[in-house]
Design a binder for this molecule. Structure first.
Ligand SMILES: Nc1ncnc2c1ncn2[C@@H]1O[C@H](COP(=O)(O)OP(=O)(O)O)[C@@H](O)[C@H]1O
Ligand SMILES: [Mg+2]
Length: 230
């Protein structure tokens, strides 16, 4: 479904991604793990068309994407939920969803409130009154009502309490089970191991490890070398 091949990306003269290749198959959750500064966000930004200074190939459902601007990538069905969530603080939860909703999405208001009951309780509250976890849920819900064919999640669990992380884990599994593949950027290894069908580790702009479900947990040395422990 999504194929990234030998992707290079630059910020000005800084050569950040140095040949990233990864595949997200139909109905899969694929984790991209790595330390701070490894190039995870840059990878997502490149796929989403937010970074234009890049080369290599990005294909989505067989179509080349690498030269398209962000609004075209979004129209093709790729939804990025960025690290800083970007919800509208002066709008209510419901209004945030309404302005993102696309007709014919299988995820309507009822479906996203079913997925995130906390949002249903908070539907009349302003975006600015939400907790960090609720904001993350709203950001994901907003992507869903826009009928995505692929979801890109950038560190959804960062800074959130364990009980909220559990709710997000169930929700991300349910999204995959409903047929929307997910490319999940994380530093939370346990969260990824619980969810991912495949995992990649990125370090200094290069993929240094790849494992399928079940293979990853055994490789202690990989964790120690490439990931932040704890
Ligand atoms: N806007 C930017 N301009 C210049 N360098 C950047 C910018 N954003 C990120 N970088 C650099 O690119 C590298 C990768 O960053 P990033 O993709 O954000 O890492 P991660 O998401 O894995 O923490 C880091 O060295 C970071 O300092
Ligand atoms: Mg990042």
């Amino acid at each position: 479904m999504l194929e990234v091949e030998a992707l290079h990306a630059f910020y000005g003269k800084s050569h950040i991604l140095q040949g990233v290749s990864l595949v997200v198959g139909d109905g899969e959750i694929v984790a991209l793990l790595g330390r701070n500064g490894a190039g995870k966000t840059t990878t997502l930004s490149s796929i989403a068309g937010l970074i234009q200074s890049k080369n290599g190939a990005i294909r989505f459902a067989g179509r080349p994407l690498q030269d398209l601007p962000a609004h075209h990538v979004s129209r093709a069905g790729i939804a990025l939920v960025p690290e800083h969530r970007g919800i509208f603080k002066l709008l209510t939860v419901e209004e945030n969803l309404e302005i993102a909703a696309r007709k014919g999405s299988r995820w309507d208001m009822k479906a996203v409130y079913g997925l995130f009951p906390r949002l249903a309780e908070r539907r009349r509250n302003g975006g600015g009154a939400l907790s960090g976890g609720e904001q993350q849920m709203l950001a994901i819900a907003r992507a869903l009502v826009n009928a995505p064919k692929l979801l890109l999640l950038d560190e959804p669990t960062e800074g959130l309490a364990p009980v909220i992380v559990d709710e997000l884990r169930s929700a991300v599994a349910a999204i995959r089970d409903a047929g929307v593949p997910v490319l999940l950027v994380e530093q939370n290894l346990a969260f990824c191991l619980a969810l991912a069908d495949q995992s990649y580790i990125i370090e200094q702009g290069r993929i240094v490890h790849h494992a399928r479900r079940g293979e990853f947990a055994a490789t202690e040395d990989v964790r120690e070398r490439y990931l932040t422990l704890g």
